[in-house]
Design a protein around this ligand. Structure first.
Ligand SMILES: *[C@@H]1O[C@H](CO)[C@@H](O)[C@H](O)[C@H]1NC(C)=O
Ligand SMILES: *[C@@H]1O[C@H](CO)[C@@H](O)[C@H](O)[C@H]1NC(C)=O
Ligand SMILES: *[C@@H]1O[C@H](CO)[C@@H](O)[C@H](O)[C@H]1NC(C)=O
Ligand SMILES: [Cu+2]
Length: 310
């Protein structure tokens, strides 16, 4: 017994390190649109991922990050080995997509960003897009409201706003966005090691959307078309020495330059004060895209999945 005890202590210490690190990571649990829940992809071993998930799959067993070493590679688009899915979540221009993360650690402060890219040259919507060719337009910068708040450094970041809403974030799908298939790229950047070159941690989540016309046109006129003209490829989003990427967040900051392009005109991100949790009332029915039409995605759910979901 006495000989085992130190080993048990060691095991406990190792386990606690393991859990500290695994808690330090996250992925996409699901999204909610107007009360309907659509499944994400969980990269951790042993997780059952439903075939009708709208989140891209990744080869990322620790649900970890993409670093600046990959800013010039397509890996930064939709996470490591990001692979699209045939399933798209239907949404109307002007609606909100509520993105539910699988947790977020308080000690990973940073901005939360969202981008959209149209899938134009495919017949299955975003199902077979080339992620390196997608052109991303920024629609949410998470706002610079954190500077000069009490409690810092590191102060109150978008990631803390996200944690306060059960690790979730609401994204406004731009009014005037042309109907069609899009990839939503939602991303948190953790800056706790960002003082060191290459130390920032990007967590991009890619989600396929099928954007439809609003139910009714707004009262009193038409909505201006939302322009995607400034879209850039993923490899052009960030540089390892951007001021918002290579930064010591544990010193008092008077300014912070959110990395990446500027938010497109007319995007209307959801303000901090309007961020809120969302609860689903039903499972959503994703769609497959066939040219300009869609068909409901009827997933075969195995007994194991049913068991797993309770
Ligand atoms: C960069 O991408 C490669 C290929 O997926 C991966 O093995 C590596 O861990 C990534 N490194 C970082 C820092 O993102
Ligand atoms: C909070 O998020 C988790 C997923 O991380 C989810 O399982 C849970 O249902 C959420 N709670 C509420 C009240 O939405
Ligand atoms: C924060 O405080 C500094 C110094 O007082 C000031 O220059 C800066 O404009 C403030 N930033 C914001 C966002 O209020
Ligand atoms: Cu982490």
């Amino acid at each position: 017994m006495t000989r085992i005890t130190p080993l048990l202590h060691l095991a406990a210490a190792l386990l606690s390190i393991f859990f500290t690190f695994s808690a330090a990571h996250s992925n996409l649990a699901y999204i909610i649109i107007d009360g309907s829940l659509y499944h994400g992809f969980d990269p951790r071993p042993g997780q059952i991922n439903r075939p009708d998930r709208v989140g891209w799959s990744t080869a990322n067993p620790d649900a970890g990050f993409v670093g600046p070493a990959n800013y010039s590679t397509p890996e930064i688009a939709c996470h490591l080995s990001g692979t699209s899915t045939p399933a798209h979540a239907p949404v109307r221009a002007g609606e909100r997509v509520h993105v539910q993360w699988n947790g977020w650690p308080y000690g990973h402060p940073g901005p939360v960003l969202s981008y959209i890219a149209p899938c134009e040259r495919t017949t299955d919507g975003c199902g077979s897009v080339d992620k390196a060719e997608l052109r991303w337009t920024k629609i949410d910068n998470s706002g610079p409201g954190f500077i000069n708040e009490t409690g810092g450094p590191p102060g109150r970041w978008s990631s803390h706003v996200m944690i306060a809403q059960n690790n979730s974030w609401s994204v406004h799908v731009p009014d005037g966005l042309k109907p069609g298939p899009y990839v939503l790229r939602h991303e948190a950047i953790a800056l706790h090691f960002a003082k060191n070159r290459g130390g920032a941690q990007n967590y991009p989540l890619c989600i396929n959307l099928w954007v439809e016309e609003p139910v009714s046109p707004p009262t009193g006129g038409t909505v201006a078309p939302f322009s995607l003209a400034g879209g850039v490829r993923a490899m052009e989003l960030y540089k390892e020495d951007d001021p918002g990427i290579l930064i010591d967040v544990f010193q008092t900051l008077t300014t912070y330059v959110v990395p990446g392009p500027t938010v497109a005109a007319g995007a209307m991100p959801v303000a901090y004060s309007m961020q809120a949790q969302s609860v689903s009332s039903r499972d959503g029915v994703p769609v497959r895209v066939q040219g300009t039409k869609t068909v409901p995605f009827v997933a075969k759910i195995t007994a194991a999945e049913r068991e797993f979901r309770g």
